[in-house]
Structures are given as structure tokens and as C-alpha cells.
Ligand binder design. Structure first.
Ligand code: PLP
Length: 367
């Protein structure tokens, strides 16, 4: 028997080396901050809807595993989110879990997952965890899709899976329909259109699912007011969904999540009202940001805005000073060369946005 000196030695020879080398998904401590870093909705449920949710939660049997009959949930999600009736659905513990399942079910070690870059960091993380090779295709200098480069890269790498976040996190851009179609037509495998932010622009590929045989659409309720319940869905042809479903952990949607989503979707108008308010606030925030000196504002179709400071101002200093003033945003400066000196600001309530603008303006004027 091998005798290990201590626990760390044992871990060193047991845990995958690539996992030992990386850091866990970074989530900032946020208690007591004005939280504008994670694209959540700033609006919680109103009291009467919360009461309705709680009343239904009283009927849940916590001693039992969740029911495997998802027909009511499937029908409700289809109705409330305009999903074609022919499409099938797979549910995930957040869309993060679905990203994992898609890669796990399609990629053998070394198979390629491809995505524009910068984009949602979890596409790369989930690829690595599942031993897939992640190929990034840089956006253009002005953070638009480089379609020719994408097409060349698809030809060169034959990706099993292409992820297209539309709108794109963290840039906020939305890709042109014809460009996306040319990528879909060239793709030798699956194209995942991630519509996490579709509520803030209403543009969706959902109605085209039937005609597009190699496309699945990924959505989440995290950005429309329900980040806490961890619920995402993948829509597409039954043949795809039934394959990916095989590796879904049993009971991945817990009883509480299922009850809450059904109760809230009974009153979905409130989520829609909040999303409309966020969309208006985004446009107002964007206009106010454009009036600031030293700031470039990228057009956003999501519930967040990417800004870049010129060389007179350091984004990281602004981030730190905002944090000192109790406002938490996301410093993107070191995440990608195209994002140097950039901050990503989630859209908050009217008063939060006003405070944000006022504070950034004061910080900049001190330079
Ligand atoms: C493009 C995109 N997809 C998926 C997610 C993850 O969503 P969920 O909370 O459902 O895991 C995010 C979260 O920021 C995102 O930006």
C-alpha cells in the first residue's frame, strides 16, 4: 500500500491536474452592496404574488422525490414562453447545468466546442470540465461578430457544438440574422442559441426551431426575476432532447423550484412588466452614460451595459471606488484583451441607476 505524507499529497495524486490548476467560478461577496454585477432583476416579487407562491409551497411534500411527470411544467413553459408545440423541452438546474449536459452528451475527449470570444465564461469552463477542446473566435475590435473568421474556424475545427449567446454576455451585442444563419448552415454539429437575455430585446430564434434541424435554444428565468430558484430550459427537436436527457441527473429540478415556477408563471405579467421596466431603464442608463467624459458605451440588447474608459481613467480604479461607495459592478479589464479598461454594469432600479451615474461621474471628475 502506498503511504501518503498528508492530505495534500493524496489530493495531488487524485484530483485531475487541470482542475487543481484552476480557480472556482468567481462570485463576489455581495451582502449589503447595491448589486449591479450579475444581471439579476432588481425587482423582487410583489407581496400578493409571493403569498400565492408560499400558499402553493405549503402543498409540497418535502419527504418525497420530485415527480417525474413533467407534463404540466412542459405545457406551462411552452404556453408562457411561446415555444412551438412540436418542440420538446429539457429542464436544468439553471441553464449552466444544461450547458454541461449538452457538452457531456456530445463531446468525446478532444472534440471541439466553438464560440465567439469574449462570451459567457461558462461555455469554456464546461468544455474544460468535460475534456472538450474549446476554440475561441475573437470578436472584431468593436465587439461585433467576425463572421468570416467564424466560418473559417468552423471549417478548420469541425466543432461538435457552437455556442452563440444572443444577446452576448458580456458585450451586450446581438448578431445579425444572416450571419447567424450562415454559421448554422456551415456547422457540422449542433448550434446552441443561448437566449438568456431575450426578454430585453424580444428577438428570438424560437419560432424557427422546426425548420432548423441542428439548432437548440437555451433559456433561463434567472434574468427575468427568478435567479434564486435555478431554472433553465432547452428547447428543440425531440430527437436531440431525448439523447441529452439520458445523462440528466435524476430529479435535477427540485420540488420547490417546480412549485415556484408554476406559481409565478400563473402571474407571468409581473415578470413581463419588470422586464419592460428594465429595458426602459437600460436605455435611460445608456443615454446618461453617453454624456460622461472618457466613457465609450456599447449598444446593449440585454439587462446590462458594457462601458470602456479611455486612457485617462482606469476601469479597475472606478470599480474599486464604486465598491467603496457600496456599489458592486463587474470589472472585465483582465478577462480578455478586447475588454481592457471595461466595466459591465447590470441595470438596476431607477434610483440605483441614478446613484451609479452620479458616483461614476464624481469618480471621473476627480481625475
Ligand atoms: C449567456 C448566458 N447564458 C447562461 C447563463 C446562466 O444562467 P443560469 O442562471 O440559468 O445558470 C448566463 C448567466 O450569466 C449567461 O450570461
Amino acid at each position: 500500500m502506498i503511504v501518503y505524507k498528508d492530505l495534500l499529497d493524496l489530493i495531488k495524486v487524485t484530483v485531475r491536474e487541470d482542475i487543481q490548476r484552476i480557480n472556482a467560478y468567481p462570485v463576489s461577496k455581495s451582502a449589503n452592496y447595491i448589486k449591479l454585477d450579475a444581471m439579476e432583476s432588481p425587482y423582487d416579487l410583489p407581496k400578493d404574488i409571493l403569498e400565492h407562491v408560499i400558499n402553493n409551497l405549503r402543498k409540497v411534500h418535502l419527504n418525497r422525490y420530485p415527480s417525474t411527470d413533467k407534463s404540466q411544467l412542459i405545457q406551462t413553459i411552452k404556453e408562457k414562453f411561446n415555444i412551438p408545440c412540436e418542440a420538446d423541452l429539457l429542464f436544468g438546474n439553471g441553464s449552466d447545468e444544461l450547458i454541461h449536459l449538452i457538452i457531456q452528451s456530445c463531446c468525446r475527449p478532444g472534440d471541439v466546442v466553438l464560440s465567439p470570444s469574449p462570451s459567457f465564461v461558462f461555455f469554456e469552463m464546461a468544455s474544460q470540465f468535460n475534456h472538450a477542446k474549446f476554440v475561441k473566435v475573437d470578436l472584431t475590435e468593436d465587439l461585433q461578430l467576425d463572421t468570416n473568421k467564424m466560418l473559417e474556424s468552423i471549417k478548420q475545427h469541425s466543432p461538435k457544438i457552437i455556442f452563440l449567446a444572443m444577446p452576448n454576455n458580456p458585450t451586450g451585442g446581438l448578431w445579425d440574422d444572416d450571419d447567424v444563419l450562415s454559421i448554422i448552415n456551415m456547422a457540422p454539429g449542433l448550434v446552441i442559441i443561448d437566449e438568456a437575455y431575450y426578454a430585453f430585446n424580444k428577438k428570438s430564434w424560437m419560432s424557427r426551431l422546426n425548420e432548423l434541424k441542428n439548432v437548440l435554444i437555451l433559456r433561463t428565468v434567472s434574468k427575468i426575476g427568478l435567479a434564486g430558484i435555478r431554472f433553465g430550459y432547452l428547447a428543440g427537436h425531440h430527437e436531440w432532447i431525448s439523447q441529452i436527457n439520458k445523462i440528466r441527473p435524476p430529479y435535477n429540478i427540485n420540488t420547490l423550484t417546480e412549485s415556484v415556477i408554476l406559481s409565478v408563471l400563473d402571474k407571468k405579467h409581473i415578470l413581463d412588466e419588470h422586464s419592460s421596466k428594465i429595458l426602459l431603464n437600460r436605455n435611460k442608463l445608456s443615454e446618461s452614460l453617453k454624456k460622461l467624459d472618457h466613457v465609450k458605451v456599447y449598444e446593449s440588447y440585454g439587462n446590462f451595459i458594457l462601458i470602456k474608459f479611455d486612457s485617462n481613467v482606469s476601469a479597475t480604479n472606478v470599480f474599486n471606488e464604486l465598491k467603496f461607495s457600496n456599489i458592486l459592478v463587474k470589472d472585465m479589464s483582465t478577462s480578455h484583451t478586447l475588454l481592457s479598461n471595461c466595466l459591465r454594469l447590470s441595470v438596476g432600479t431607477d434610483s440605483e441607476n441614478e446613484l451609479l451615474i452620479e458616483t461614476i461621474s464624481k469618480i471621473i471628475s476627480k481625475k
